[in-house]
Design a protein around this ligand. Structure first.
Ligand code: NAD
Length: 341
């Protein structure tokens, strides 16, 4: 079975491509490399001992996309391609809506043109917004997104539902990721943020390796276990396997049409201070930090109810917090400059 993976050279995409190859899927990656490097796929090919078809292109380029659907017999699309920096999305919202929303619409149009109906979308816990109580359950209504990035995820989920309503062949799965961290256990692929990392773990790892001076912890007076924010961190390889589980689910439910949402998380909230401590233990390094004011839009704590993914996808995030830290540290140590090293 041939799977088109948009954004497959990126952090989650590259780990998922590896899982797909290991599960005997053939993979075509379509990526414009705006936030990634082709080196990630070279390393995935080495790890899997299999080759990947790579096409450099933008999801907004319908002509090029259409050519890919003509060239390959595609069974399903896993759609990672998006811009993902929350803070940046506040500064350049139009670019986020153009890339993430318009790009997804272009992709769906080309899929429809070529009668490809299976679609797995990278959504996010951010769609639950601040109105919902934790743990988040798939049956909850969308909350108010705290950024244009979050809004772009809500909008694409809405586009999928409306499209499914109008087209009974459409088979959509929306995977709502919580906080993916870690790296493949080989230490050869991992998260390689360009410039200053937006996410906690890459930042912590760069402080540990001496690339950054100290960590800023935004707020220590939240109503949480130790005052810092709590998130549901899951290992990126568990997340990658969640995509294989979603594909298997689509394959097993041949009569399904519509859109189904699944939370992918561990079901546990971990505080920023606990992450710092766990990373110090894994790396045997001290992480200097300062406490800064709260950031606008940060929620105190959220985590997933994962029952639906556990029961229906037969999927669970199994890797421990310690493994997430050890694998992040191995990746950082082996690749201090990411894929440039
Ligand atoms: N990393 C997280 O914490 C997280 C959490 C929830 C959801 N997500 C979503 O998961 C997906 C993957 O995230 P990631 O962390 O791997 O990000 P990433 O930036 O590493 O990967 C995204 C990939 O998409 C590519 N891309 C972006 N715009 C494109 C376009 N117009 N055409 C073709 N390729 C394009 C980039 O070059 C990159 O390779 C994104 O949709 C993101 O919003 C990520």
């Amino acid at each position: 079975m041939q799977i088109l993976v948009t954004g497959g050279a990126g952090y989650i995409g590259s780990h998922t491509v590896l899982s797909l190859l290991e599960n005997n899927y053939d993979v075509i990656v379509y990526d414009n490399l705006v936030n990634s490097s082709i080196e990630s796929l070279v390393r995935v090919e080495k790890l899997a001992g299999k080759s990947i078809e790579f096409i450099e292109g933008d999801i907004c380029d319908k002509g090029k996309l259409s050519g890919v659907f003509k060239q390959f017999k595609i069974n399903a699309v896993i759609h990672f391609a998006a811009l993902k920096a929350v803070g940046e999305s506040v500064k350049i919202p139009l670019s986020y809506y153009q890339n993430n929303v318009h790009g997804s619409v272009c992709l769906l149009e080309v899929m429809q043109e070529h009668k490809v109906h299976n679609f797995i979308f990278s959504s996010s816990a951010t769609v639950y917004g601040e109105e919902n109580d934790v743990p988040y359950v798939e049956t909850m209504k969308f909350g108010t997104p705290s950024s244009p990035y979050g809004a772009s995820k809500v909008m694409v989920e809405r586009v999928m539902s409306d499209f499914a309503f109008s087209n009974e062949d459409f088979r959509g799965v929306t995977l709502r990721y919580f906080n993916p961290i870690g790296a493949h256990e080989s230490g050869t692929i991992g998260e390689d943020p360009k410039g200053i990392p937006n996410n906690l773990l890459p930042y912590v790892a760069q402080v540990a390796v001496g690339k950054r001076h100290e960590l800023s912890i935004f707020g220590d007076d939240y109503p949480t276990v130790d005052g810092s924010c709590e998130r549901d961190y899951l290992h990126v390889m568990d997340l990658a396997q969640g995509h294989v589980a979603a594909l298997n689910w689509l394959n097993c439910h041949s009569k399904f049409s519509g859109v189904e949402a699944f939370n992918l998380g561990t079901g546990n909230g971990i505080s920023v201070f606990a992450i710092v401590k766990a990373f110090e233990q894994a790396s045997n390094k001290i992480i200097p930090f300062e406490v800064s004011p709260r950031r606008v839009g940060d929620l105190p704590a959220f985590w997933a109810n994962t029952s639906k993914a556990n029961d229906e996808l037969n999927w669970q995030a199994n890797r421990s917090l310690d493994q997430m830290m050890v694998d992040t540290w191995r990746w950082q140590l082996n690749n201090p400059n990411g894929y440039q090293s």
